[in-house]
Ligand binder design. Structure first.
Ligand code: NAD
Ligand code: DAU
Length: 340
């Protein structure tokens, strides 16, 4: 496997994966295929322009002609699909683009995989497809019970991937990951939002009681898991990716403030997210059987992440001062009531 098409490679996890692959495999060529939505950012790939093993194609995964042209031009052997609309709050405000990219776009890439007879199609999916899990942990064979338009679109994509494996024999794999943190995460997601707000002494808006739990993993560990599944995973299979360590939002916020030496009075409880899933939990035995282990504890992951945002203001200030971000912030947070 030499020529990888990384769809959505200018986003948070996709760009980390591009850096990871180029560092890890000297004989791989990476073609980033990305629409550059508000979440796609060429700053995430800065410095790679000089690497002959890297190429960038500006394109939409819903555009069949452009996808096929790229497959042909770069003789693609495998597709890794990160491209998606990814923010739950935005999916509550405007679900249409989620269905378009996360379901239809996945179909277009699968069609290309089928037509060009490639070695592997890998879909990067999420633990949110299992829905809220109040007790126990989700296994890969569990029913999909998505509860937000984002999660439902991702579940639709996963089902399409499986259908292409069963119906057409496309060699697919899927990973379903828990919440990632680390460099280049757009500051709409809670961890970079809280870090950057705290740095500016702005309130940290906690939805509802803040007792919701998430399994936060370091993005590089997730990239390693995708690498393992891409090379050792069995076609047609799904693999969960998480650390098994759950952290309440309120505790995560307090830890960020402590790391930055900021007061807890910055925490502000605000109106909850509609349909807010209180907990996800993954059983990752299948992935561990392939040899994967998460390399970072939650504390290490959070500390590294905080340090990166402290040291890379150039990256996030550009985003946060932009009109798109300010409009989004007003739309999502302007109407929320402060609870206490
Ligand atoms: P992101 O929002 O940071 O990046 C998404 C990227 O996809 C951007 O570069 C964007 O420009 C691109 N994109 C969007 N629509 C496109 C289209 N129609 N055509 C081409 N490119 C398009 O996302 P992320 O957080 O890096 O997530 C990447 C993938 O991982 C997603 O599929 C997401 O569902 C999944 N995932 C994310 C997390 C997480 O915690 N962030 C956890 C598990 C799984
Ligand atoms: O679980 C994997 C998923 O993690 C990915 O599939 C999604 O793409 C990614 O966005 C993420 O979804 P979440 O909804 O869990 O992430 P978010 O950062 O939006 O929120 C994390 C938790 O923090 C959640 O319980 C909601 C809460 N939250 C979020 C925001 C943005 C707040 O309390 N306040 C906020 O302002």
């Amino acid at each position: 496997m030499r020529n990888l098409l990384i769809a959505g490679g200018a986003g948070f996890i996709g760009s980390n994966f591009v850096h990871y692959i180029l560092e890890r495999y000297s004989d791989y060529r990476v073609v980033v295929y990305d629409k550059l939505t508000y979440a796609g950012n060429l700053d995430n790939l800065k410095g790679l322009e000089r690497d002959p093993r890297y190429a960038f194609v500006h394109g939409d995964i819903c555009d069949m002609d452009r996808v096929e042209e790229t497959m042909r031009q770069y003789k693609i052997d495998a597709i890794v699909n990160f491209a998606a609309e990814t923010h739950v709050d935005r999916s509550l405000m405007s679900p249409g683009s989620f269905i378009q990219t996360d379901v239809y776009g996945t179909y277009v890439l699968l069609e290309a995989a089928k037509k060009f007879g490639i070695e592997r199609y890998h879909q990067v999916s999420t633990d949110e497809v299992y829905g809220e899990v109040l007790q126990g942990s989700s296994r890969e064979s569990d029913m999909l019970a998505a509860r937000s338009p984002y999660a439902a679109s991702k579940a639709g994509g996963d089902l399409m991937v499986y259908a292409y494996f069963i119906s057409f024999g496309v060699p697919t794999t899927i990973t379903r990951g828990s919440n990632n943190i680390g460099p280049y995460q757009y500051p709409e997601k809670v961890v970079p939002l809280f870090i950057t707000n705290a740095l500016d002494n702005l309130p940290l808006p906690i939805y509802g009681d803040g007792q919701q739990m998430r399994d936060y993993q370091y993005v590089w560990d997730h990239c390693e898991a995708i690498d393992i599944v891409l090379h050792k995973g069995k076609p047609g299979e799904v693999y969960n990716v998480g650390t098994g360590v759950e952290t309440r939002n309120i505790d995560m916020a307090r830890m960020i403030l402590k790391l930055l030496n900021k007061p807890e009075s910055l925490i502000q409880h605000v109106t909850d997210r509609p349909g807010h899933d209180r907990r996800y939990s993954l059983n990752c035995d299948k992935l561990k059987a392939l040899g994967w282990r998460s390399a970072h504890t939650f504390e290490q992951a959070l500390e590294k992440t905080v340090r990166w945002y402290v040291e890379n203001e150039w990256w996030w200030r550009k985003i946060k001062s932009g009109e798109h971000y300010r409009e989004y912030y007003e739309r999502n947070y302007g109407q929320r009531q402060v609870l206490k």
